[in-house]
Design a protein around this ligand. Structure first.
Ligand SMILES: Nc1ncnc2c1ncn2[C@@H]1O[C@H](COP(=O)(O)OP(=O)(O)O)[C@@H](O)[C@H]1O
Ligand SMILES: [Mg+2]
Length: 314
């Protein structure tokens, strides 16, 4: 490394104070419809990473995402974005923060009465006051990014269609294109592969990975899912939401280790570890039965490990 390069990279200095996490949630509580849904969630997401939140149906995953987006206000607790508290911000200030985020809803949530182009360009029309020709160019770019339409002509044809004319997988891609249009820094995905057939689900996994670096950005993602194959493929870290709290965090690659464990080995675990194991393995087994993810990957992982070679001389 030359001296110039060393000067150009002061942030590499290990003694430099580290930046606050992109997102830091502390002791978040929320009661909804008389139910204490979030009971003290603690969670941090570092810039550039993909954190996957797993947890049973109805455990509060979507509610948690809605707090991050400022759609719901907590009863108690703190949510900081790069060290700045967003709980209690006025709408105008909150909107400044929201600009940097995009939430991709479970069903895609496209506007049914707008064309694909209007859906993708919606945010830019509302907020950027650009001429339609500029917005339309961006729409076509985004369609290309999500691999909708092989040629410019095809992309123009798709841009003119209504959501009702699209398949489930195409709708999902349009929703991703819409999220990418304003080039957000932080993407929040709510069950992105739920209800899709295996090849489409895996194509969406690839899209999630693609969005990390599209437009030369280095984006951060928070993915809510109970699809273990997806969690393993797209995630860096996993956080398990259980009974209103993050019960455990682990590296996404460890999902494989949980899958390989048999009940006898798991019996020696702590109660919390067994909960994670039961959830991960339970989901994977159900997924295998339903055949709704890359079963080859999961079968390989669930297969017993090859027997250790007989004691060779040392
Ligand atoms: N607006 C609401 N009013 C009342 N209860 C709600 C509301 N939103 C969510 N809940 C309840 O909060 C719990 C968590 O919901 P949710 O976050 O949607 O679960 P999931 O983990 O499946 O995404 C559920 O019991 C749900 O019924
Ligand atoms: Mg949900």
């Amino acid at each position: 490394m030359t001296n110039d390069a060393a000067h150009a990279a002061p942030s590499a200095d290990p003694a430099a104070p580290s930046a606050p996490p992109l997102l830091e949630i502390r002791d978040l509580h929320k009661t909804l419809g008389g139910k204490h849904v979030l009971k003290g969630v603690n969670l941090s997401v570092e810039r550039g990473e993909t954190l996957v939140i797993i947890g049973g149906s109805g455990c509060g995953k979507s509610v948690l995402l809605k707090h991050v987006m400022g759609i719901l206000e907590p009863d108690r607790g703190s949510i900081k974005v790069e060290g700045r508290e967003i709980v209690g911000l006025r709408l105008r200030e909150l909107n400044e923060v929201r600009h940097r985020f995009a939430l991709i809803f479970q069903g895609g949530a496209l506007f049914d009465s707008l064309t694909v182009a209007e859906n993708i360009g919606f945010y830019l029309m509302e907020h950027e006051r650009l001429p339609w020709s500029r917005i339309y160019a961006r729409v076509l770019e985004c369609l290309e990014k999500v691999k909708l339409g092989a040629t410019p002509r095809e992309r123009e044809r798709i841009a003119a269609q209504m959501p009702a004319d699209l398949s489930g997988g195409m709708k999902k891609r349009v929703a991703i294109a819409r999220a990418l249009a304003p080039s957000p820094e932080f993407l929040l995905w709510d069950e992105p592969t739920t209800g899709l057939d295996p090849p489409t689900a895996d194509a969406i996994n690839d899209q999630i990975i693609m969005t990390k670096t599209a437009d030369g950005a280095r984006r951060t993602s928070l993915v809510v899912t109970h699809d273990m194959a997806s969690a393993m493929k797209v995630g860096d870290r996993v956080a398990f939401l259980f009974d209103g709290r993050i019960l455990k965090e682990f590296a996404a690659a460890e999902i494989g280790a949980y899958l390989k464990l048999d009940p006898d080995a798991a019996a020696g675990f702590s109660v919390d570890e067994r909960r994670v194991w039961a959830f991960v393995k339970g989901r994977a087994d159900r997924v295998l039965e339903a055949g709704s993810v890359d079963t080859q990957v999961l079968r390989r992982m669930l297969a017993p490990a090859p027997a250790a070679p007989a004691d060779a001389e040392a």
